[in-house]
Design a binder for this molecule. Structure first.
Ligand code: ASP
Length: 206
């Protein structure tokens, strides 16, 4: 992701382009188990994706509980640039994506399905899910040659999360925050904690 983002910046791409193209690399890589295609499932065995993006002018786009679309950060950017809204969720987000040229694809990788199958067979206790070992996300911040910042985040969220759970990653101010006059921050970690402090916003503004 960093290599792609760096290439984009050196080829005169904007900070926002670098975020999108960089994060796409990770979203499409099935060996990365916490982002996009190949991500871990929720407790019902479904992969649901969250992402958000923000530019130097304070424009923002976000997608939550997105199913069967491989590049959630690109959907978030489309929402920012081609709708009057900041955040779309679930079926509505998918409908928007399909209308804007994205394809419906299977994002449940065989390995994620196999992992979920063996997890559920052991009758796991959902209350033990939130711990330091169960997390990861991509969050990326870029600065281009015009001095403009951008930020983005993309995740499949907490492994075996409760169906419908959304973490901090797609929440502007929690997962990422950009204030071009100050700086930018992005978070990974336990979304339930990050959301309660609007962590990225707090870091930047402090
Ligand atoms: N923050 C992400 C979430 O809670 C997970 C992570 O970064 O590890 O969904």
């Amino acid at each position: 992701a960093n290599i792609k983002a760096y290439e984009t910046l050196t080829n005169h791409g904007t900070a926002l382009d670098a975020i999108e193209l960089g994060i796409n690399e990770t979203e499409l890589d099935p060996t990365i188990r916490t982002v996009g295609y190949g991500g871990y499932t929720d407790h019902r065995g479904e992969v649901t994706l969250d992402a958000c993006i923000m530019d130097h002018l304070g424009n923002a786009g976000s997608v939550v509980y997105l199913k069967d679309i491989k590049k959630p950060i690109s959907v978030a950017r489309k929402i920012m640039e081609n709708s009057q809204h900041v955040m779309l969720a679930g079926n509505g987000a998918q409908e928007f994506a399909l209308k804007h040229g994205f394809k419906k694809e299977n994002i449940l990788h065989a390995q994620s399905k196999a992992d979920w199958t063996s997890w559920i067979q052991n009758k796991p206790k959902l209350k033990n899910l939130i711990n330091e070992d169960n997390h990861d996300t991509i969050t990326m911040l870029t600065l281009d040659s015009n001095g403009n910042l951008a930020g983005g985040s993309s995740t499949s969220g907490l492994r075996y999360k409760l169906h419908g759970r959304v973490g901090d990653s797609p929440i502007i101010g929690s997962g990422i925050f950009v204030d071009n006059s100050i700086g930018a921050a992005g978070a990974t970690g336990q979304g339930e904690e990050i959301m309660k402090t609007v962590g990225s916003f707090l870091i930047v503004e402090l």
